[in-house]
Write a protein that binds this ligand. Structure first.
Ligand code: FAD
Ligand code: NAD
Length: 464
């Protein structure tokens, strides 16, 4: 019976990164994955395929809408959806193969099949009926999450879609209802809108992009509406039925009930932790009231030699959060002071423009009664933004009123996902708005708008 020092269960961005760090720290490590390829949700059906489709459709949309202004004449533009999907699949294959390579390079044993605890140190691995048993001294649980289903709308992959289906359609639907105005709804809604579908987003809360700063959410809402997406906020989906023509939803808003119809519906109302069949009860691992695996500040579950990370534990369901927890949890196992700064985890919505945030939002600062200063700058006058034809959006920096320490940075821009990294570093180092304002930024770059917002915090914008 094989013996490992560390067995990682689940090879998503949490699990595979944890396995690499464990191997680097000298643990005899194995990783078990039930899927055909490594990389988990993120690489196979999440972050990467969605971003590939967002990039392709953004090019198409830009060619349609903006080429003429650039003096480029492109006649008879059309889409070969098969080729677009093939490109996406090739990127996924390259990256998941890359994770395989990393496992070999780090001498991590790859075990294929679904893992189930038989007791707190023994796991059975079922690979299409062939069962093996392994033991380990320590475990990292990283089994991730799956899409939430609405009780009255079961996923069928044809009319009622989860994100797994919506990244792999073979035809552009005439119309698509999207339930949920979070990251998945807005990103995949954008993909299919750009390809010509009539897209309607139905969001239960009064605003889209919950969790982001209100100004970011409102700017994105206006921009997406301009792009032709219909957005109903404060609207609850009461029921839904598959009809001959597609789907009919009964929705209610402000006490009024109406029907919305479309060819397909994407249900993007969140994801839930996946621990089914893992045998946690046999290992003695406890869950929280909300069904996530209960951990302490060092990612230890109720059974100290079993740690848990990523989407199955509390916190935002993000790939980089899962990876950071993987590293920190394994470092703790090795007696090192691994940690994650939960105040400096960036969040991005990859629409165009993108929305990106780190730290506290203006709403949170008000709620907490923190005295703060705010400085904003738009991309409109920025030279690089004009050259790039990407002038939509702004940077907003929120800093402590007394100390000037940066508490939150919120960006809407086509480059927001890259620009936010600078803000994350400043928050991580406990830096001030003045630190950003005094830092030289290359010209012409979009990053100069971050600096300009920092100048605005100090009350002396250069170009304002
Ligand atoms: P997962 O990636 O879910 O991996 C868990 C793995 O465990 C899976 O491979 C699963 O097969 C395996 N597994 C489960 N149970 C067992 C078992 N018993 N035995 C063996 N193996 C098992 N996040 C971002 O940060 N940025 C993005 O742009 C982004 N885009 C997304 C787009 C979409 C459409 C979706 C759906 C998600 C997106 N996410 C994004 C979220 C991100 O994918 C997740 O937060 C991340 O994958 C979580 O990592 P994880 O390692 O915890 O779990
Ligand atoms: P989400 O939690 O981000 O958004 C779901 C939205 O659906 C919420 O705004 C919620 O109010 C709404 N909702 C719930 N029930 C509803 C109902 N009955 N009717 C109408 N609206 C309803 O979840 P998601 O967009 O499905 O994404 C799942 C997870 O994956 C999230 O944790 C997200 O962070 C992650 N993800 C991240 C990215 C990214 O980082 N760019 C991209 C995709 C997914």
């Amino acid at each position: 019976m094989p013996q490992y020092q560390v067995l990682v269960i689940g090879a998503g961005p949490g699990g595979y990164v944890a396995a690499i760090r464990a191997a680097q720290l000298g643990f005899k490590t194995a990783i078990v994955e039930k899927g055909k390829t490594l990389g988990g949700t993120c690489l196979n059906v999440g972050c990467i395929p969605s971003k590939a489709l967002l990039a392709s459709t953004e090019h198409y949309h830009f060619a349609q809408e903006r080429f003429a202004a650039h003096g480029i004449v492109a006649e008879k533009l059309s889409v070969d959806l098969g080729a677009m999907m093939k490109r996406k699949d090739q990127i996924v294959t390259k990256l998941t193969g890359g994770v395989d390579f990393l496992m070999k390079k780090n001498k991590i044993e790859k075990l294929t099949g679904k893992a189930t605890f038989l007791d707190a140190n023994t796991v059975e691995i079922d690979n299409a009926g062939t069962k093996t048993t392994v033991t380990a001294e320590k475990f990292v649980l990283a089994t991730g999450s799956v899409p939430v289903e609405l009780p009255f709308l079961k996923f069928d992959g044809k009319t009622v879609l989860s994100s797994d289906h919506a990244i792999a359609l073979t035809e552009v639907p005439k119309s698509l209802l999207v339930i949920g105005g979070g990251a998945i709804g807005l990103e995949l809604g954008s993909v299919w809108r750009r390809l010509g579908a009539e897209v309607t987003v139905v969001e239960f809360l009064p605003r889209i992009a919950t969790g982001f700063d209100g100004q970011v959410a409102e700017t994105l809402r206006k921009s997406l509406i301009k792009q032709g997406i219909t957005i109903h906020t404060g609207t609850k989906v009461e029921s839904g039925e598959v009809t001959k023509g597609g789907i009919a939803l009964t929705v209610s808003a402000e006490g009024k009930t109406t029907k919305l119809e479309a060819e397909k519906v994407l249900v993007a109302v969140g994801r839930r932790p996946y621990v089914e069949g893992l045998g946690l009860e046999k290992a003695g691992v406890a869950l929280t009231d909300r069904g996530r695996v209960k951990i302490d500040a060092h990612w230890k579950t109720s059974v100290p030699h079993i740690s848990a990370i990523g989407d199955i534990v509390d916190g935002p369901m993000l790939a980089h959060k899962a990876s950071d927890e993987g590293i920190a949890a394994v470092e703790r196992m090795a007696g090192k002071p691994g940690q994650v700064n939960f105040d400096a985890i960036p969040g991005v919505i990859y629409t165009n423009p993108e929305g990106a945030s780190v730290g506290l939002t203006e709403e949170q600062l008000k709620e907490k009664g923190v005295a703060y200063k705010s400085g904003s700058a738009p991309f409109g006058p920025n030279g690089r933004a004009l050259a790039n034809d990407a002038t939509e959006g702004f940077v907003k920096i929120l800093a402590d009123a007394k100390t000037d320490r940066v508490l939150g940075v919120h960006i809407v821009s086509s480059a927001a996902s890259e620009l936010i990294a600078q803000a994350v570093s400043v928050i991580e180092f406990g830096g001030s708005a003045e630190d950003i304002a005094r830092t030289c930024h290359a010209h012409p770059t979009m990053s100069e708008v971050v600096r300009e917002a920092a100048h605005a915090v100090g009350g002396h914008p250069i170009h304002g």
